[in-house]
Design a protein around this ligand. Structure first.
Ligand code: GLP
Length: 239
C-alpha cells in the first residue's frame, strides 16, 4: 500500500483529486467509484475546483458505493442528495452517467442485481473510499464473512451511532443500506482510501498494518496491488 500523509485534509483532498484527474484525462470513458461521508468532501471540493479550471467531466461515469434504505433522493441525508450537493450540481457530469443504488426500490434484490449489472458494464478505474470507525468500507460491516456482490446490509449499532451526527436524532438513522460488495471494490483498477482525524487513527493502523480479517473490512485492501491511503497527521499517528 502506498501511504501518503498530509498536513491538512484540504491538501489530502487536492492530492486525491489529482489522482482522479489523471484517470479522467487519460481514459476515453473514465469510471469513478465514489464515496460519501465527511471525509471525501475535501476530494469533491478539489475536483470541482479542477472542473472550474477547465477539467471536462462529461465523459465520466460515476458509481456510488452505497445508499440508505428508505431514503429517496430528495431526503437531505440520502447519499444521492449528498452527491448532488457536493459534486453533480457543480460539474458537467451527465445525469445519465450517474449511478447510485436506489434506496427506495420496491424489490431490493432486483435492485442489487441491477447495480451489479451496471458495474459489470462499467468496470471501475478509480475507487474512492472512506473508512468507518469500525473499519467498514462502503457499508461492508465487520462480520464473520464479507459479501462479494451488491447486497442489503443491517447497519451495526456503532455505525448508526457514528452516522447519527448527520441526523437530528439517532432514531432517524436508517438501520439498513444497500452497498457494493468487496468484489467490485477489489476489482477496481486503483483504490484511494481517505481517512482524517484522531478517531480514525486506530482503525487505520489495524487496516494497514494488521492481518487481513473480515472483522476489519478495510484490511482486505492489502490484497489489492494499487491502493493509495491518503491521511492527515492525526489519522496517521499510530502508523
Ligand atoms: C458511512 C459511509 C462510508 C464512509 C463512512 C465514514 O458509513 N457508508 O462509505 O466511509 O461513513 O464516514 P466519515 O467520512 O464521515 O467518517
Amino acid at each position: 500500500m502506498n501511504i501518503r500523509i498530509f498536513d491538512t485534509p484540504h491538501e489530502a483532498g487536492v492530492y486525491a483529486a489529482a489522482l482522479a484527474e489523471h484517470i479522467i484525462k487519460n481514459r476515453p470513458k473514465p469510471v469513478l467509484g465514489l464515496a460519501t461521508g465527511a471525509t471525501p468532501i475535501h476530494f469533491y471540493q478539489a475536483l470541482v475546483r479542477l472542473h472550474q479550471y477547465g477539467l471536462d467531466l462529461s465523459r465520466v461515469t460515476t458509481i456510488n458505493l452505497d445508499e440508505y434504505i428508505g431514503l429517496g433522493p430528495s431526503h437531505e441525508q440520502s447519499y444521492s442528495y449528498f452527491m448532488q450537493k457536493h459534486l453533480f450540481d457543480h460539474t458537467n457530469i451527465l445525469p445519465d452517467h450517474i449511478h447510485l443504488p436506489n434506496g427506495i426500490a420496491t424489490n431490493l434484490e432486483m435492485e442489487c442485481n441491477r447495480y451489479d449489472g451496471i458495474i459489470q458494464k462499467n468496470p471501475i478505474h478509480f475507487q474512492l473510499l472512506g473508512i468507518g470507525v469500525n473499519g467498514h468500507i462502503g457499508f461492508n460491516e465487520p462480520d464473520d464473512l464479507l459479501q462479494s456482490k451488491t447486497h442489503v446490509v443491517r447497519l451495526q449499532l456503532e455505525t448508526v451511532k457514528s452516522n447519527a451526527r448527520f441526523f437530528n436524532q439517532i432514531e432517524e438513522v436508517p438501520k439498513k443500506a444497500i452497498t457494493l460488495g468487496v468484489q467490485a471494490i477489489l476489482q477496481s483498477e486503483q483504490i484511494v482510501l481517505m481517512a482524517f482525524g484522531p478517531e480514525k487513527a486506530n482503525i487505520v493502523a489495524k487496516s494497514v498494518l494488521g492481518n487481513v480479517r473480515t472483522d476489519v473490512p478495510a484490511s482486505i485492501l492489502q490484497l489489492h496491488k494499487q491502493v493509495t491511503v491518503v491521511l492527515d497527521r492525526e489519522s496517521a499517528k499510530q502508523l
